[in-house]
Design a protein around this ligand. Sequence first.
Ligand code: MSP
Length: 517
Amino acid sequence: MTRAFYVTTPIYYVNGSPHVGHAYTTLACDVLARFMRLDGCDVKFLSGTDEHGQKVERTAEAAGMTPQAFADKVEKEFREMAKAMKATCDDFIRTSEPRHKKGVTKFWERLVENDDLYLGSYSGWYSVTDETFFAEKELINGKAPTGANVEWVEEPSYFFRLSKYQDRLLKFYNDHPDFIAPASRRNEVISFVKQGLIDLSVSRTTFTWGVPVPGDPDHVVYVWLDALTNYITALGYPDTEASDFATFWPEAHHIVGKDILRFHAIFWPAFLMAADLPLPKRVYAHGWWTNEGQKCSKSLGNVLDPFELIKTYGVDQLRYFMMREIPFGQDGDFSCDSMERRINSDLANDYGNLIQRVLSFVAKHAGGVVPKKGTLTRDDEAMLKEVQSLYDDLKPLLAEEQAFHKYLERLWRAIGVANRYVDTQAPWALRKTDTDRMETVLYVLSEAIRYITILAQPFLPDATEKILDQLAVPKNKRTFANLSAESALVSGTALPNPEPIFPRYVPGGSHEKTLAR
Ligand code: MSP
């Protein structure tokens, strides 16, 4: 049976334009989605926008627009960002859509039926920027731990009995050691829960931009309860049987930034337990990007614009850099220097040169067709073995660990082996002494490039498509099922004229100016 796989980005607040942090989460999900599709899974990849709440309402007000009109404008930018990043989302949900609001209403009613909500009143601190309630003892110099301003709030509120779920959550983490990743974050969550959970305020009365509480329209549902529910409303919830819900929900993988792990690893599972629904498979918290050593923030004016980065460097280049530069899960710094270094060394010198050397040599000296295989030597067998073992090495790194950087490191090791094989076999010398042997070497190299490129597809969708076209690999023979001798290149197949794939980045363009915006 085909395995189902469900991967989600957080839904993005529409109070501002997309930046590189958003692009990063979307990219990681896309790489995973593409990998699982190539691996034969039935994949659903969801992204979307978080449109309700006080933050969006206030931003819209300041812009002289209604929250809906404002959200309509900004959500388009998020869709465009996903497209520009080549993200293959299967669905994009907006919390202002009727399908979502209907699901939130039902979800709330389930919590009521289960006696998990009660009416009380909240008095305490609230950060509109974070859309989060904070206890006095959590504040640092009168501000939220994120540095955001807080304001005093006193209002009637419904509360969710979060405290009731403390032990069940701890048992769940214990029984499912892979539920939260990476391990360091898992430990943080567990120790937070062990310190004791208090009931959570889940409705607001001082503004109206949200889903009205069923039966008590003076309240709107707290934006996080509303937002988290998107992961199931997009699957057709409250219809849990005949919809995508039955197929995909048990296979859910949420990828989120470390700042919002608490919501996904504590509140969300508790809400789901209260609604008698299964819990997702995994929540992976990635790190944060800084820009040239500084936290990206609007006030510092150093927010990295993904559209500009794509224009300057190219989309595959940006995708490769972000996935390779920092171990997934850790924080990392974006610098133009390291970006340019990776473009020129990893892409142009290592991968690009390998393809260029082999394919232009084949075009010039082997008649522009897939070369003859001939008899393989031990060196040839070793080269082929290197690429044939790649899939088994790589699969757990993505499917189980989500270690994107390790995947690329391993793949580039094979590229290194192939480049050394070119040097030691020296086809340019064989051209003069032994053309049969030259053909075999070129055949082995073309096969090696085929394996490497099929496996590079999740990261470099544009470049790999061109490379596989240049090797005349049929479109229906590009999945991981084709990483086998049966799908090997067929000698004599005509090849198109090779073209360079990874240009070197030449400084002196307009990149510094554009990035400083
Ligand atoms: N709306 C909530 C999520 C609700 S999900 C049910 C939200 N939105 S957000 O737009 O503020 O952030 C979305 C994602 O972008 C988060 O995963 C966050 O960690 C990520 N990033 C925002 N800035 C970032 C960096 N500078 N670096 C990496 N990721 C960062 O939170």
